[in-house]
Design a protein around this ligand. Structure first.
Ligand SMILES: C[S@@+](CC[C@H](N)C(=O)[O-])C[C@H]1O[C@@H](n2cnc3c(N)ncnc32)[C@H](O)[C@@H]1O
Length: 282
């Protein structure tokens, strides 16, 4: 196993939280939540070419996608899963005993632990919005991809979760104050489709590169949403301990007030950055 568990990049609170929650990441509740469903939807859009030699999953988490893809791929395809969260890497690496085509390494978009021009296909599901340095991350992607390499990045856009945000912003402002609330919001990169197109134009130009966006509404119970909301979004909500219970109560009431017959809606704004081969034969 090659997880290289020494910290090779500055630790950040997002990565620490993912590492702490890694053991629960494969729980059914997470899988059935809007995030689990969005991950599966992205995975089902991935098509591997027969001639790929090296396929990389950035922000691979516990490795659900990479092992699913590796199990249906030709033997010559090598898979490398990369994640900055130590415990995510450990869990993903344990599964490599069964699937020898997969290697797991600790690393991040900002500093990808791979040789220059070594990757045929790079994909990432719901991780790129967590990068701390957009320019460095894009430069790293461009560095590791082969000249005619391909890519699919699925990540969250600026208008994500608008129903929850509209309902809860005033409550978080009341309990956190403007400075903390702003700090929290800044932890996630919130790109529009236009900003993503401009950013990735450094990797390649149209027609090889395109950026699509989608808005998909997922319905769930309050408990279903709450399990990820408090764990995944909640980790950056630095509310003083004595204010936590009353804040939680108000937030739950606000979310419940969104309920429709199908459940409580949450709309994921997803950006999909696609890089495809040019028609020129190399
Ligand atoms: C929502 S999980 C997605 C995991 C997996 N791709 C899936 O779909 O189940 C986000 C993952 O991104 C990782 N991550 C956070 N910051 C990252 C960074 N800067 N570069 C790469 N991955 C990062 C986290 O550790 C976490 O495993």
């Amino acid at each position: 196993m090659s997880t290289g568990v020494s910290p090779i990049y500055p630790i950040n609170p997002i990565v620490e939280t993912y590492s702490r929650l890694a053991r629960e990441y494969d729980d059914e509740a997470n899988f059935l939540s809007c995030w689990g469903r969005a991950s599966e939807r992205a995975l089902s859009a991935i098509r591997l070419r027969e001639d790929y030699q090296v396929v990389v999953d950035m922000g691979c988490g516990t490795g659900r996608a990479i092992y699913a893809l590796a199990s249906a791929a030709p033997q010559h395809t090598q898979f490398i899963g990369i994640d900055p969260a130590e415990n995510m890497c450990r869990i993903a690496a344990q599964k490599a005993v069964e699937q020898k085509a997969v290697q797991i390494r600790q690393g991040a978009f900002e500093k990808i632990p791979l040789e220059t021009a070594s990757v045929d296909y790079l994909y990432s599901i719901l991780a790129f919005h967590w990068v701390t340095d957009l320019a460095a991350s894009v430069a790293e992607i461009a560095r590791v991809l082969l000249p005619n390499g391909e890519m699919d990045l699925f990540f969250i856009g600026r208008d994500n979760g608008r129903e929850f945000i509209q309902k809860t912003s005033a409550i978080f402002l009341k309990y956190m104050g403007p400075a903390l609330l702003l700090d929290s919001a800044r932890l996630r990169k919130q790109l529009t489709r236009g900003a993503a197109s401009e950013l990735f134009s450094k990797v390649s130009e149209s027609p090889r590169l395109s950026v699509d966006e989608s808005f998909t509404t997922y319905y769930d119970t309050l408990e279903g949403h709450w399990s990820w909301w408090v764990r995944v979004e909640g980790h950056f909500v630095k509310i003083p301990p004595e204010k936590k219970d009353p804040c939680d109560r108000e937030v739950r009431e606000a979310l419940q007030s969104l309920a429709e017959p199908r459940g409580i809606p949450y709309t994921i704004h997803e950006l999909h950055v696609k890089l495809r081969r040019s028609n020129v034969l190399y």
